[in-house]
Design a protein around this ligand. Structure first.
Ligand code: AMP
Length: 409
């Protein structure tokens, strides 16, 4: 039972092929720089011994349609998917589901039109996601395709968490509210945290920290998201690789008035030239860590701001949840940087968060418990697997459609 997961960007296609009878990843890859002379495909192939090797292929790919054909050709050559027509389904990661999509949906024309309607809320992501859906449906019209939204997991937020204190008409007329993102990651690690703690997901209270180039925190109560740091767009919240996160809204008007910047310039600056990169020139936490270790003050400041903002959100979400079973680190930084995990948890013993530094330094890229002793609040490192989460949703949604039995929640 093979399923392909697709994540279409403006000039890229990320994909993964799973055998869902075993939930095994057969291969995955990233086609980049579509439309340039320099397009290339980086494919990861599963070896018989369970390891992966990476193959880099250069091929001129002029558009996304050619990209899909090239990927399917490579997948056939690598013998992970002899014939895409044999697929049980395709799962599309779609960034914004708005208020209408509270879960994964089987794609039809009305779903496509809703994804299109949401473009104003996610102008950088939804157009490419929609393009991927259109091309895949065109190529494989008989294969069921499912849209899995980044926002859906946060649909359980209560109104006091998702409303902004703005004129109510803006919510009614323009849908201005908090939606939250990284939902597939927060959902995946919450399930794994419950499994690691040996408790049902429905009784898990946790603070999940997805720390990658984009970063967000979620407050999970009874296995459901009740608040998250990203807002109407992925710009709000934590300090990120190139995004500012939280900011006094008056800074925008000040920059427009005093620095003569246009609204578009401010938006680009906040999304692409701020965050870690804006402070110290790099958005690669490995590089920032080694620069800071050599005494680079801006790199140290970038790390300090990053961890301080994170600490404030952890405190806030402890107040939201009352009881917390675990805090969970995931994403490229959360899974791999013992330094950031340690700096973030410093001084939080009042909340019951005490790290075991030995376990912390040994935990990289694998599931681990890193709190000191039998502390009540567990500190977990859990590598995320958004693709597998999307693949699970894809299979359940298609089965639901075929059998009429509702998908898991
Ligand atoms: P992601 O967006 O989840 O792929 O995460 C990208 C971020 O993870 C970048 O800032 C990387 O520098 C960071 N990262 C990856 N590996 C490590 C590591 N070993 N130590 C520190 N940061 C890392």
């Amino acid at each position: 039972m093979k399923v392909t997961i697709v994540n279409c960007g403006s000039s890229s296609i990320k994909y993964a092929v799973f055998d869902m009878s075993t939930r095994e990843l057969l291969g995955s890859g990233l086609l980049e720089k579509i439309g340039s002379d320099d397009s290339r495909l980086r494919h990861r192939r599963l070896n018989p011994n369970g390891s992966f090797d990476e193959i880099l292929m250069h091929e001129k790919v002029s558009n996304h349609a050619e990209g899909f054909e090239f990927i399917f050709k490579v997948a056939a050559k690598m013998r992970i998917l002899e014939d895409p027509h044999e697929l049980f389904g395709i799962g599309h990661r779609v960034v914004h589901g708005g208020e209408v999509n509270h879960g994964p949906v089987l794609i039809d024309l009305s779903v496509m039109s809703k994804i299109g309607d949401l473009i104003p809320l996610a102008p950088l992501h939804n157009p490419a996601n929609l393009k991927g859906v259109e091309i895949a449906l065109n190529l494989l019209p008989e294969v069921p395709q499912v849209a899995v939204f980044d926002t859906s997991f946060h649909a359980t937020m209560p109104p006091h968490a998702f409303h902004y204190a703005l004129p109510y008409s803006l919510y009614k007329e323009h849908h201005v509210r908090r939606y939250g993102f990284h939902g597939n990651s927060h959902s995946y690690v919450a399930k794994r945290a419950a499994a690691m703690l040996g408790k049902p997901l429905e009784s898990l209270n946790a603070v999940t920290l997805h720390l990658g180039n984009g970063a967000s925190v979620a407050a999970i109560q009874g296995g459901k998201s009740v608040d998250t740091s990203m807002g109407m767009t992925p710009l709000e919240g934590l300090v990120m690789g190139t995004r500012s996160g939280d900011l006094d809204p008056a800074v925008h008007f000040f920059l427009m008035r005093e620095a003569g910047m246009s609204a578009d310039e401010v938006e680009t600056m906040l999304n692409s030239q701020s965050g870690l990169k804006g402070i110290c020139g790099s958005n690669d936490m490995r590089e920032i860590g080694s620069l800071a270790a050599k005494g680079d003050q801006k790199a140290q400041l970038a790390m300090d701001i990053f961890c301080y903002r994170l600490k404030k959100y952890i405190g806030a979400y402890f107040a939201v949840l009352g009881r917390v079973d675990a805090i969970v680190f995931t994403g490229g930084i959360g899974e791999n940087s013992a330094l950031i995990r340690s700096a973030t948890c410093q001084g939080l013993s009042g909340l019951g968060i005490v790290m075991d530094e030995n376990s912390n330094s040994g935990a990289s890229g694998k599931e681990a418990e890193i709190q000191e002793g039998q502390n009540v609040v567990k500190i977990l490192v859990i590598p995320t697997n958004e693709e597998l989460e999307i693949a699970d949703h894809t299979v359940e949604t298609i089965k639901w459609f075929k059998t009429g039995s509702p998908p898991f929640k």
